[in-house]
Design a protein around this ligand. Structure first.
Ligand code: DC
Length: 223
């Protein structure tokens, strides 16, 4: 059997991870795993069930709920106990709470276990905050994407606008900076660059340029 390849991409909110990860997954025919969607799903469930402030209940839920990801044609559909929550996990309310939920150690342990399962039988493109450091420290290629916070806010703001969500650029930037702070300073698996990850600053890059840079690294790997 051929060796399975794992490509892990980390970086802060709106640094360009998803666009490039999806493109690569489609191009290479690898399974795409959006780990942020998994933290979002637990957060949505906690909000719906009014348990966000109850850590024990959130941990219990993360163990019990049936969480499924299904990636097709550029979209990861997310299901909780069979309910399609794909749209519902991308709201401002979920954005505002997801960093708090993803600070919980036992929730992370549960989701990391699921994420590693995906890598057992598949070539993988996996993106998140800790996929290069904790989930797959032995990944074949590790990329760390960064971008200036203002640029990231602009990108996220445009996404909201395209979805018809009315929110100011200022508010989006504040929310991103807040998430950066929590994600980078939390005790468990904080967002950091793995020593052997390749760092790419995407502030002034178009998505095509960003992809080109990464594809050249992938080509070296699969040569
Ligand atoms: O990539 P995203 O914006 O969809 O991620 C949502 C949140 O989930 C992010 O603010 C932090 C958390 N997260 C995490 O802690 N670890 C991951 N591997 C992925 C996301």
């Amino acid at each position: 059997m051929q060796k399975l390849i794992i490509i892990a991409i980390d970086g802060p909110a709106a640094s360009g991870k998803s666009s490039v990860a999806k493109y690569l997954a489609d191009k290479l025919g690898y399974l795409y795993v959006d780990t942020g969607a998994m933290y979002r799903a637990i957060t949505y469930y906690a909000l719906e069930n009014n348990i966000v402030e109850n850590e024990e209940a959130v941990i219990e839920a993360s163990k019990k709920i049936d969480l499924k990801l299904d990636y097709k044609n550029g979209l990861t559909s997310v299901f909780i106990n069979g309910e399609d929550v794909t749209e519902k996990i991308r709201t401002h309310e979920v954005n505002a709470k997801v960093s708090d939920i993803s600070r919980i150690k036992d929730v992370r342990a549960q989701l990391v276990k699921l994420q590693r399962e995906f890598g057992k039988n598949n070539n993988l493109i996996v993106e998140g905050r800790d996929t290069t450091t904790v989930v797959f420290p032995n990944a074949d290629l590790k990329i760390f994407l960064t971008a200036d916070a203002k640029e990231r806010a602009k990108r996220r703001h445009l996404e909201f606008k395209n979805k018809g969500t009315d929110i100011s650029l200022d508010e989006v930037e504040k929310s991103i900076l807040n998430r950066d702070t929590i994600d980078s300073s939390r005790k468990v698996s904080p967002l950091t660059k793995a020593e052997d990850a390749i760092e790419i600053d995407t502030t002034d890059l178009t998505i095509e340029q960003e992809i080109e840079k990464i594809v050249s690294k992938v080509n070296e790997l699969t040569k």
